[in-house]
Every structure is written in structure tokens, then in C-alpha cells.
Design a protein around this ligand. Structure first.
Ligand SMILES: NC(=O)c1ccc[n+]([C@@H]2O[C@H](COP(=O)([O-])OP(=O)(O)OC[C@H]3O[C@@H](n4cnc5c(N)ncnc54)[C@H](OP(=O)(O)O)[C@@H]3O)[C@@H](O)[C@H]2O)c1
Length: 296
């Protein structure tokens, strides 16, 4: 039986991805923010579904989650970094990092690194990004947490560009047969814009998610499900939409930008990827604040 970990699987696209993969016969490790949320979602899905939890805005919880996964299953076949947020107001994590950047980019960066040696030889890593990544020209390295000019959508777009840069750079560095893909699910009718948002942004999201071309959560999950289940390992290092690879925004192909983001992410997580050998988790060297993020 194949095993998949899906983050943020208590609602929206993640929940539908979990439902479909359980139906396909996977053992699903269904991740939620809290034990209760993960348990409640797991009970809605027939099949072998094991709830796991942890707040991805807290790097120590990401480490605990990886440890729990390693205790639960001997290996992972698929890791789906699906959880995501966008917040109207700027918030900081316990480590002092802007929350959207932390949940949407740093958490998958760290979780993937911690679980890399637990993936099967042809394991698949799927990172749910968004075409919103086209809305920023590049990463704002001078102020990665947007402390001077925060806007929720800009922060979200930057984090989603981070997902694509991460996938492409991971693909360039890896030397094994695993596959890493970034996914654009489309405009999907979920509650993502109703959670950490002002009434005006909630209203805007209610209108936007009805726009023509919108998808149900089950339709939004289709590309992730396809990449997890397709018989041949999907080609690595591509951006996928509607089960087809397509070009991402030009700046996502900048190798310099990707290397810079990688170095910053290692600094902020305290985790060093070593593609030649064992991974090294250097928790103590983690950058302590958002301000530290911009000083590179
Ligand atoms: N909806 C769209 O149109 C759209 C378009 C492009 C890309 N995406 C991407 O698709 C992915 C799924 O989004 P969705 O639309 O399905 O949104 P959603 O319904 O809000 O689901 C997001 C999931 O992530 C979880 N999550 C958020 N912050 C977390 C944290 N700090 N710790 C643990 N779990 C956390 C949520 O848990 P809680 O419910 O507890 O917050 C939820 O389970 C995201 O990466 C999003 O960026 C969505």
C-alpha cells in the first residue's frame, strides 16, 4: 500500500485530495492544524486515513510533524505540501517571521528537507503553488516579511513564487530519482479567503471565487491527484496546471533568485540540505527574526 502525507487536508483542496487518494488505496496521513481538526476530517473519509497535526506557522511543530510521520510509516511515497494561507494583516510566527511566508514557503521547505530521506526511491513531492505567483516581479529580499509595505495578496503571491523557485532549485540539486512538481490548482471555491481576512477581503473573495472558470475543491485537487497516482513518475522540476505542464512566470526561472531564497530559507529554518549525504538539522543556527531575513 502506498503512503501519502497531505498537509492542510482538513478543508478545501487538501481534503478532496485526501478523499481521492484514500479511494485510490493510499494510506493517507491527513495533516491538520490541530489534533481535533485532523481527527474530524479523517473520520469523514473511508479508507486507511491516519490523522497527524501541527501548526505550520511554528517551525518546532514542523519538526515534530516530520518525526511523527517517520514513527508512523516506514516510508513515504508521496508528500503533498498543500497547506496555505493568506492573511489581510501582517502577523509574525514565534520565530519572528511573517506568517504567510512561514506557512506557505518555509514550512514546506523544512518539511520536505526533514522527510527527504524517508521518501521511497521514486517518491513524489508535490507543492501546491498558484498562478498568483505571477503577481510579484520577484522575491523582496530586502524586506522578505514586507514589514514596510505589507499587503496580504502581495505576501501570498511572493510565497507562491517561493514554492515554484523551491521546486525548480530542489530539482536542480537532487541526484536521486524522486520527482518534485509545483501545481496550480486554478481558482477554487474554498474558504481560504475567509479565514485570516478583513470583512472587505472576505467579501472580495466571496465574489472572486464565483468568477467564471472557478472550480470546486474536488476539481481543484485533480492535478495533485493525477501527479500522485499517474503510473510513471512524473518528470521532475515542472509547473503543472490542469494535469499538463506549463510555463511559470519568467522570474521563477531565475537560478540566482532560487539560490538566494534557498540560502535564506536554510538560515531561517536552521536546516541545511545536504544532497550528497545525510541531512543536517541545525536548529540552533536559525535566524531569529524577520529583520534578519532581509539582511542577507
Ligand atoms: N482556493 C484557490 O483558489 C487556490 C488557488 C491557487 C492555489 N491555492 C492553494 O491551494 C492550497 C490549499 O488551499 P485551499 O484553497 O484549499 O484553502 P483552505 O480550504 O483554506 O485549506 C487550507 C488548509 O491549510 C491549512 N492550514 C493553513 N494554515 C495552517 C497552519 N498554520 N498550520 C496547519 N495547517 C494550516 C488549513 O487549516 P485551517 O482550516 O485550520 O486553517 C486548511 O486545512 C493552498 O496552498 C493555496 O495557496 C488555492
Amino acid at each position: 500500500m502506498k503512503t501519502v502525507l497531505i498537509t492542510g487536508a482538513t478543508a478545501g483542496i487538501g481534503l478532496e485530495t485526501a478523499r481521492a487518494l484514500a479511494h485510490h488505496g493510499f494510506h493517507v496521513l491527513l495533516h491538520g492544524r490541530t489534533p481535533d481538526k485532523a481527527r474530524d476530517a479523517a473520520t469523514k473519509i473511508p479508507g486507511q486515513v491516519t490523522p497527524v497535526s501541527g501548526d505550520l506557522g511554528d517551525l518546532s511543530a514542523v519538526r515534530d510533524l516530520a518525526g511523527k510521520v517517520k514513527d508512523l510509516v516506514p516510508r513515504l511515497d508521496v508528500l503533498i505540501n498543500n497547506a496555505g494561507v493568506w492573511n489581510s494583516h501582517r502577523e509574525l510566527t514565534p520565530e519572528g517571521v511573517e506568517l504567510t511566508f512561514a506557512v506557505n514557503h518555509l514550512a514546506p521547505f523544512l518539511l520536505t528537507g526533514l522527510l527527504r530521506d524517508h521518501l521511497s526511491p521514486e517518491g513524489r513531492i508535490i507543492c501546491v503553488s498558484s498562478d498568483s505567483h505571477r503577481q510579484v516581479k520577484g522575491m523582496n529580499f530586502a524586506d522578505i516579511g514586507l514589514s514596510k509595505n505589507y499587503h496580504g495578496l502581495r505576501s501570498y503571491a511572493q510565497s507562491k513564487l517561493g514554492n515554484v523557485l523551491f521546486c525548480y532549485e530542489y530539482d536542480r540539486r537532487k541526484e536521486d530519482r524522486t520527482s518534485i512538481c509545483a501545481v496550480q490548482p486554478g481558482l477554487v471555491q474554498t474558504d481560504i479567503g475567509l479565514k485570516g481576512n478583513t470583512w472587505l477581503h472576505r467579501l472580495a473573495w466571496r465574489v472572486r471565487r464565483q468568477m467564471s472558470g472557478h472550480k470546486t475543491a474536488a476539481e481543484g485537487a485533480r492535478t495533485s491527484i493525477f501527479l500522485a497516482t499517474v503510473a510513471d513518475t512524473p518528470p521532475s522540476g515542472l509547473y503543472w496546471d490542469d494535469m499538463e505542464p506549463k510555463r511559470s512566470f519568467s522570474s521563477s526561472y531565475s537560478e540566482e533568485e532560487a539560490r538566494r531564497l534557498w540560502a535564506l530559507s536554510e538560515k531561517l529554518t536552521g536546516f541545511h540540505y545536504d544532497f550528497d549525504g545525510a541531512t543536517a538539522d541545525q536548529d540552533t543556527s536559525r535566524g531569529s527574526s524577520d529583520e534578519g531575513a532581509g539582511s542577507r
